[in-house]
Design a binder for this molecule. Structure first.
Ligand code: FAD
Ligand code: 2HG
Ligand code: ZN
Length: 476
């Protein structure tokens, strides 16, 4: 063992250190198998004080640190580089729920708590933590906050940034900033909390958070809807806000290509509708108002049925299935949430996590699909996502039989064509997944000089030695 690893061992002990190649491997690669790095060690502190001591040691020796949560990120932000001069600092042992405040609607947690555990804990207290995404069984709240994660309920509750009150952060100097304030109002100078949210581990390590909770919905309606076009989807959503009395919590768009991949690769997946259609919407409304048993009142399901009936007459809807129970609703959600897994099983893909304003979705989709096909006529577009947030995963699957190398040779041309259209519509080249190492060049290309200069100035001020996740997000 080297002197450095001995010193790490003295801080975190045997359980907190992984040095053998086999044990390290899952921490050195990403969910999509796009990156493979090396590390001096995988370090798994059990407390904030241990994190701070590790960072202090690294700062003294100028060793770089790659923070990691559940390692489900889509842009390589949690994967170390190949140079072998970094440690991976995993938060996965810091997984305690510290407090649930039912009266104040908040929960205090350590950064390594898995998102699903937080959702389940909130539910046991008759509360809701609304962040919801397909990786929720593995991703951690520290990773969610550090990527400002989105997911499937953003249009009602906001993204991760809107779901947090306070943070505790270990700075690149190894100091502990206690910003664990459960305050709804706090205008005391610059908002440090907002700096760390979405910073992808480049400014410090999130070790604890105070999260906001909401009342738990008591009435939920879920429909699987075939629509003729993305334009019909956004028109359907626009009317749904009023028809549901402002209770739309999810609106997800999918194409037939995506559904075919899910049906092919995910055991048990079934098409809810008898005929094939080009476009689908998964629409969910939910309300905290419980339906009274036996009472003669209209619940959300009846309201949704009425609304979809009218939409059918107007040609906005071609066919629809309304979930009759939770099992059916889960099956509809399975078709949506398994898109990433199905794409992975099918082979290589190029992902574009982009956003435009909701009203520009139809034009963007039309132009984007043409551009993708022009860049590589054999490619298979698989667009899907959070249409209610204007966020489409405008993905591109490799042509059948092509290996990764052959396909990826076209990635620059395809992505540039897509991003140029996104930017022409005033959109973003990274809506919810972040920049990581995947989009460092794109950020530098598409953000203005003043934005890049300001980001660099912040990075240099907070992390003058550039030891906190260097080479991710922005080059200094
Ligand atoms: P990691 O992947 O471990 O890390 C992500 C980034 O955050 C890295 O840069 C890392 O260095 C940094 N980081 C992690 N923990 C900390 C910490 N404690 N302090 C400082 N920095 C830290 N994302 C969405 O936004 N919406 C979705 O709908 C969505 N769906 C997904 C579905 C699937 C199947 C998969 C595989 C991923 C999906 N993602 C989605 C992406 C991913 O799940 C999110 O980015 C998630 O927030 C990452 O959490 P994590 O704990 O896995 O973080
Ligand atoms: C989702 O919305 C995720 O399911 C993943 O953000 C998207 O795989 C993708 O491109
Ligand atoms: Zn998404």
């Amino acid at each position: 063992m080297s002197d450095f690893v001995d010193k790490l061992h003295a801080i975190v002990g045997e359980r907190g250190l992984i040095t053998d190649a086999q044990g390290q491997h899952p921490y050195l690669t990403d969910w999509r198998d796009n990156y493979l790095g090396t590390a001096l060690a995988i370090v798994r502190p059990a407390t904030t004080e241990e994190v701070a001591a590790v960072v202090k040691l690294c700062a003294a020796l100028r060793v770089a640190i790659v923070p990691q949560g559940g390692n489900t990120g889509m842009v390589g932000g949690g994967t170390p580089h190949e140079n072998g001069h970094e440690i991976v600092l995993s938060l996965n042992r810091m997984n305690r729920i510290l407090e649930v405040d039912e009266i104040g609607y908040s929960m205090t947690v350590e950064a390594g708590v898995v998102l699903k555990t937080i959702q389940e804990t909130a539910a046991r207290h008759d509360r809701l933590f609304p962040l919801s995404l397909a990786a929720e069984g593995s991703c951690t709240i520290g990773g969610n906050l550090s990527t400002n994660a989105g997911g499937v309920q953003v249009l009602h509750y906001g993204n991760a940034r809107q779901l947090v009150l306070g943070l505790e952060v270990v700075t690149p100097h190894g100091e502990i900033w206690n910003g664990l304030r459960a305050l709804k109002k706090d205008n005391t100078g610059y908002d440090l909390r907002d700096l760390y949210l979405g910073a992808e581990g480049t400014l410090g390590i999130v070790t604890k958070a105070v999260l906001k909770l909401w009342p738990k919905p008591k009435d939920v309606a879920t429909s699987w809807i075939a629509v003729p076009s993305p334009e019909a989807a956004v028109t359907l959503l626009s009317g749904a806000h009023a028809a549901s009395e402002d209770n739309v919590t999810s609106c997800e768009l999918m194409s037939r290509q995506g559904i075919d991949l899910v049906l092919k690769h995910i055991p048990g997946a079934a098409d809810p509708l008898a005929e094939r259609h080009d476009w689908y919407v998964l629409l969910e409304w939910s309300s905290t108002r419980a339906r009274r048993a036996g009472a003669n009142e209209t619940g959300l399901s009846e309201k949704m049925e009425g609304y979809l009936g009218e939409a059918l007459e107007k040609g906005l809807v071609l066919d629809a299935a309304l979930a009759q129970n939770e099992t059916q609703a889960r099956a509809f959600w399975g078709l949506r949430e398994n898109h990433s897994e199905a794409q992975k099983r099918e082979g290589p893909s190029i992902k574009h996590d982009v956003s435009v304003s909701v009203s520009k979705i139809p034009a963007f989709m039309k132009e984007g699909l043409l551009a993708m096909k022009k860049a590589l006529p054999e490619c298979r577009p698989v667009p899907f996502g959070h249409v209610g947030d204007g966020n489409i995963h405008f993905n591109c699957q490799s042509p059948p039989g092509w290996d990764k190398k052959r396909f990826m040779a076209h990635s620059e041309a395809i992505s540039a064509a897509v991003y140029d259209i996104v930017v022409a519509h005033g959109g973003s080249i990274s809506a919810e997944h972040g920049i990581g190492q995947l989009k460092v060049d794109e950020l530098a290309h598409y953000r203005s000089r003043i934005e890049l200069d300001t980001m660099r100035a912040i990075k240099r001020a907070l992390d003058p030695q550039n030891i906190m996740n260097p080479g991710k997000v922005i080059r200094v």
